[in-house]
Every structure is written in C-alpha cells, then in structure tokens.
Design a protein around this ligand. Sequence first.
Ligand code: SF4
Length: 495
Amino acid sequence: MVLNIDNQSGFLNDYHFQTLCLLYYPGEKFPPGESDAVNRASFKVLAEENDGVKSFTAEVTLAVGNRRESGFCRCDRRDFSFDADDAFAAQAAVGKAFLQAGKRLFSFAPPWGYLTGLRPVKRARYYLERGFDDEAVLRLFTEDHEVAEDKARLSIEIAKTETEMLKHDSPKDCGLYVAIPFCPTRCEYCSFVSYSNQKLFKTLPDYLVRLDEDLRRTAAVIKELGFNLKSVYIGGGTPSILNDEQTAKLFNRITESFDLSKLKEFSYESGRPDTTTKEKLEIAKSFGVDRVSINPQSTNDTILERVGRKHTAKQFFEVAEIAKKVGFFSLNADLIAGLPGDSYDGFMKSLEDVIGLGFDNITVHTLSIKNAAPIRFDEADIYDAAGDVARSCVSAAGKRLREAGLSPYYLYRQKNTIGNAENTGFAISGKEGYYNVIMMEETSTVFACGASAITKLVSPDGTVIDRIAFPKYPFEYLAAEQGIGEERIRRFYKD
Ligand code: SF4
C-alpha cells in the first residue's frame, strides 16, 4: 500500500496513520518509497493557533484502483464533550476525516469508529472513574470517537463490571504468567511463536529446566518486593502438551516456590482437546487449579481441519465432559467468529454446543489475521470487506450468551480483525476470569516466565507501565542469561 503522510500537527506518529489504514485496508503493509499499489492513502494535517488555542485541519484521500474519496475535518479541543487536549483534537481531526473518506469509498463504518487502541474498556473506565455518567461516556464514544452505539454501551457495561471486580485490589497485588510455547500442530491463523514440530520439541526438556529456574527467581523477586500473588495463569501455546510428569513438576515448582495464600485464581489453559487428558486435569486439580480453559474454536470438523487444528469436535466434547467430572470452579471455552469457511449458522451451532456443555465462561474471539500467520487476507473465502458475517456472529453471540445467563466482563481488540469486531469474554456471575481483566486493563503488575512472555510492571499509582519482553523463541530463551529483567524490576519499584 502507498501511504503518504504530511503531518504538521506536532502530534501523532506514522504508526498511528498505519493503524488507521488497517481499518479499511486490513492486512496491508506499508513499504517505504513509491510503488504501483492498488491501495493508496494520503493524509495532510495542519495546525494553526489563534488566541492560544490550537486547531487542526486534516485532509484524507483514500483510493482503491481508480476509485477515490476524500474527507476533511477541522477541530480544536473545545469541540469535544469533555476536557480534551490538543493531542486528542489532532487525533479526532484525522480520524473523522479518515472515516468520511472511508465510508464513501467502502460503504461501511467501522464499529469502533476511528479508535485504534486495543483497550476501549480502559477508556470507558477512565471517564467513569472521573465522574462522567453513562450518558456522558456514551456521547464521548459515539459522537467524539464515532463508535457504534452498541459497542459504546458494551464498553460502559464491561467497565462497570470490571470496576466492581477490581474494587478491593491493592497496588501490592500481582499476577504470574507462565508460558508454554509449544503446540501439537500449528493452527493456520496463528501468529504466535509456538514450536510445533518434532525437531523443536526436543528443546522442551531444556526449556522446562530453564523455566523452573526462572520461576524460582521470580518467586524470590515477588517476595523481596512484598507483592501479594493473586492470580496464576499457565498459558500457551498449549500447556497440556507437557506429559503427566512434566505437568506435575511444573505445578509442584509453582506451589512450592510461591506464596499462594492470597491467591484468588489459578488458571490452567489446557488448550487443545487433543492433548488434554483426565490425568493432566486431575494433576492440575490436585495442585489447586480452579479454572481450566479448553478451546475448541469451532465444533465443526470441516472448519477445524481447514484451520489446521488437527482435533475433532468429538474430542472436544469428550474432554469437556471429563473436565466437568474432575470438577473445577470454572470452565472456559474459546470460540472464533469468522473462521475461513464458517458461516453464521455454523458459528451459532458451535456456540450452542459450548453453552449446552455447561461452560460457565465463554470467550468469543473474532478472527484476526497477523502477518506471521499462514492464512492470508487475500484468500478469497476469508475476508469480506465489511466483515458482515463475523460481525453478525459476534453480536448474535452476545445476545444468546446473555439469554444463557452469561454477561460480558472483559473485551479487547486486535489489529487486522475481520469486520473490525472485538473479542469479548462472557461469564456466569462470579465465574469471570480475574487474570484476564488485570492483564487487559493493566491494573496490576504481572510477572511472566518463559519464552515470548511479557512482564508488565504497573506503578503503585497506576500511571506508569513498563514491559519487559522475554526472548521470543525458546532457543533464544535457553541462550539468555539468568535473571531476565530482574534489575529493571527492582529499579522500577525502588526508584
Ligand atoms: S493452539 Fe493456539 S497457540 Fe497453538 S498454534 Fe493453535 S492458535 Fe497458535
């Protein structure tokens, strides 16, 4: 894609313009220099100052082949329904001009308006916590950001649920994330760095030795800094790829090394049904796991095969029944709307299956296509420009899950998502995933261990966030020095 930016606003960076473009041109890349690409966008942003107030003028032209449309917007911070600053006004001028052009050219409006952030609920919570009432936040979302009303209302509802969930948290609370980046096979839509071939599986024993050491060191750091561990999340990849002995050893390390006396939630993302067994679930339960995720993504075998899941719906049904018998406080399942080849009816059938099995926590994702994933956006049956099917699935799922007694409790967005739709977690009251909320809303520090994991440090007043990324690939992780990020963590809390 050709992207021309003439940005004289004093705000916004190239990444912001690129992310906006993805709302109408998903999957695009932005190589520098001239090209004869079919898709083109140009942005011109000017700033002028009168009587101490800066105003911003944005002109945007979007094109596909020889079809092109333009948009124009001029605004300053006084045009908004709250105490906006200049950066907000610059962003709004560009966003509104962009949407004008996009709606004309593509004949649809992105449901989240020109919001490019992944955490719209965080924004809603921010305003609610500062005394805005529901109507004011609704106006802010729909008028200022041009978010669709149903998405704005959803954000406000979830913000309130989360505020209630987090009301007793203290700055000394933290979570722990443990990464097992190995999978039995690679799903076609996955961009996650996960090892899924036999040669690389050979590194797994060494990986677990290294992880064991990191867990011990992290436990010592948590103790030294006086944190209360409130949640543990073992995620993947596919944590159930470990055999029984490895699984028990991992849980043993966690329960032996960390003070779990204040723990609210212990989650095991068992993950794929093809590696989940009764024995592994019983081991998890014996070490105190109270929340298990088993993720079918679809219960249609043709779709599962199409996306390379290499397990059947029958395997999922069997494992779900086993998990129910083993007996956990909460059982979660993930589904994906917009999978290639899936239809509205197919997705709703998967949803009914999962509801029928009695899962009390169900996350509805929308397919997001990352550059590193084997599936490409240009595969004909995947992407319809407005994402109508995926968006219908997401909104019907919300309605059906509410009828089944589950309410939305966390939400996030990703780039390059079909139809610009979102991912939303639903739960029976009391079965919400606490870790999901602190992670997504960035309200507590989360210490991470393992390849590709990210430790997220949150300052005691919640205003500063620092991220420490572990080496992405297991072989890099194995080669890294001990004590990744430890000094930075100490500095962050002691300075
Ligand atoms: S199971 Fe999950 S992490 Fe593993 S390849 Fe599939 S989508 Fe990626």
